[in-house]
Design a protein around this ligand. Sequence first.
Ligand code: GRF
Length: 216
Amino acid sequence: MPKFQIAVLISGNGSNLQAIIDAANDPSYPAEVAIVISNRPDAYGVKRAEKAGIKTVVIDHKNYETRADFEVELQSQLTKQAIDLVCLAGFMRVLNAEFVELWRDKMINIHPSLLPAYKGLNTFQRAIDDGVRFAGCTVHYVVPEMDAGPIIMQAVVPIQQNDTKDTLATKIQQQEHKMYPAALSMIAKEKIKLINQKVKFDEVIEQSEILISPKI
Ligand code: GRF
């Protein structure tokens, strides 16, 4: 069976990209990274993709006068590759609603909080400052509103007394690296459906496949 073709969009370190690349190295993994696109030439993720021998394209947003011009180029690169799903992985550009609509139900993102709490930036410090007991991360479909859209998977990370934003970030990223490849695999295997803007899982799915929660 041909593998599900994905594009990964990055702006920085690319540790989630690396987790996807590593998962896709297993011959039984149902998806393949067809292209990595970065809007920053110096993103470390570009090196990771090149090292893995994946087609890598830099579309430096600074070279485009408008967001729409940048997105024309982005769309042209994506359509050249016959992409099934776009995965945003630390991609730090806001996308216009018109572009998001082109990829409606075919674009996912990972965000470092338990959405809908803590949309936006600086999620770890904000959670610590609020004294909440649990933080985590979310994989969700992308809709025009930022950090919204149907939730696919979430992982919970308890916040401990001595956690700082950096220790919490490390713990959350460890969960991200498990969760993103797992969510992607589930989409590629058609184990989930979007019904009325909510994600529904196959009835035969084990709860342990979709709920990532801490052992207390
Ligand atoms: C991750 O924490 C992700 O949740 C957020 O951006 C970060 C990207 O990290 N959207 P990396 O580039 O994958 O290391």
